[in-house]
Design a protein around this ligand. Sequence first.
Ligand code: MV4
Length: 496
Amino acid sequence: MFKKVLIANRGEIAVRIAATLQEMGITAVGVYSDPDRRAVHVRACDEGYPLSGRTSSETYLRGDKIIEIAKMHGVDAIHPGYGFLSENEDFAQMCHDAGITFIGPSPKVIRDMGDKIIAKTTFAAAGVPVVPGWSGDASADGKALNSEAGRIGYPILVKAAAGGGGKGMRVVEKEADLAAAVEAAQREAGAAFGDSRVFLEKYITRPRHVEIQIFGDAHGNVVHLFERECSIQRRHQKIIEESPSPALTPELRAKMGQAAVTAAKAIGYTNAGTVEFILDPEGNFYFLEVNTRLQVEHPVTELVTHRDLVRAQLHVAAGHPLPFSQDELTQDGHAIECRIYAEDPARGFLPSIGTLGRYIEPRGPGIRVDSGVEQGSEVSVYYDPMLAKLICRGRTREEAIEKTVWALDRYVIMGVTTNVAFLRDVLTHPEFQRGNLHTHFLAEHPIGPSTDEIPRDAWIAAALLSGAASSRGQSLLTATAAPSGPWESAGAWRGP
Ligand code: MV4
């Protein structure tokens, strides 16, 4: 096993990876930008080295600096986390060339999966269901374009080959709009990715987003760790994820798991990955893309399968066989993850920057908080505004929802505006509770910032001021949380 692993990331994921490394007796090496000099993730590591600079491109995206540090300090392997360099095939290759293990799939798999046309063509040939479409040369022949679109049937979705995460997509309702949409998508893709190729797909309206966690080792073994439902998203930013999906029957789950394993085997996938599907109301599912990294939402899978995915990543990266077989894997209970963002729902979800004041995470049985902040942390413009993830497990979906709401009500974050009250409103929405989820849920259900008119912080401040001894923290909050008087009907703070 590795002796020393560098974590090429920051925030909650760097903290989470460091924890598993240390459990395994591996030295955790952190890196940090100037603004992160005092960040939690640096202290969570056993060693920390500066990536002088402020912005991501000056620091966490500088593969050359990171590899130099790794070589200088005798690092065996690099864990890229998610975002930053995690899906950069050149960085993965640079690691190999430097004799350092990149904890993830091979550079070739990363590159091929980055090309949505290659991915789709490969998987369709392997028998994985894909959305009916066309990936010919859209700029060569306008007639072919129109006739292919007619064959697929409108509405059509134009997608960028180099895209993903919704960039460079256009919905087209009728033939008259097709040529212009293709040109616009090509221009956008060219500017964003330096690759203007696009392809057409039948547009599936209001699908669910269901993804399968896959894992492969260097010995040809591939398993799946079931699904995560990630339909609750805003502008391609996931907000709430859960496992199991309320939409899957055991039969559909088995089919989707099998399709994901087939896809992984078709490309010789190693390490952790995710096969994304969309699922229509009739139970038809279609491959969307493969994410060649550990995902933000991996904890929901960990809580229902009782496996440490980072530990498994380290095992297979070190050349060991997978630490679990398909037969050993089961889903036990239900887990929900909420992403806690420093953003203001009342101002169009604009990032909210500042210094964290009072910061108290909820705790209790079945409650996990993965965070990279603490009281005094600076939430800056430089990085993603996600502060933490709250992950709750219950025996049933109802129990997991109840627990999540309970925990959200006890999450104290002062100094910045957060989406905590918004998350609560989603979780208590009748359609969410019924499990009627789809990717347009937030666009179609009016969950307003209006619910946060009396600032939630005001309730907390009131609770803390009413004799709150700091040492008693949240138990005091619990005791004083039932509002009375004129604030009673405000609905911002709900006590037990
Ligand atoms: C689709 C689709 C409907 N039909 N493809 C969005 C990001 C990229 N990963 C693919 N996406 C979609 N592809 C067809 N043929 C709807 C989406 C989509 C979506 C997918 C997953 C999660 C959230 C989404 C939000 C809007 C649209």
